[in-house]
Design a protein around this ligand. Sequence first.
Ligand SMILES: [Zn+2]
Length: 138
Amino acid sequence: MELTIPDVKVALGMRPPNWRQILLAFPSVDEKKGVYFAWDGTIFSPSGVQPPVDVIVHESIHFGQQDGDPAGWWDKYIEDRAFRLEEEVEAYRGQLWYIREVYGRKTARKARQDIAKVLSGPLYRLPLTKAQALNLLT
Ligand SMILES: [Zn+2]
């Protein structure tokens, strides 16, 4: 299988244009390390941490979902929990696919556990258990 790493811009130490809107909805993301924001072809990393390639794959899926309207996508993402879950499941599945292809099944199994924990954790504010998240990521 062929892997194409998308050509994206990474804005290290910078906040996305809708930072205030994001902070109001997700207060826990403030300067947190390893949290990234997709905005129309640019990955913002407010903490300044370089995103690993599997995260670039994840954020690139969000670029496709935004389809040239990042502001509209973010509005819906913040207001609509079901939509947020759908978009994240798609992005995380792509990320896991990449991890499996590049690092193998063992690493992907571990990553799936870690991702299920994050997806069902406080960050995304979704009514989801880790077991439910694991099922969605299978
Ligand atoms: Zn995401």
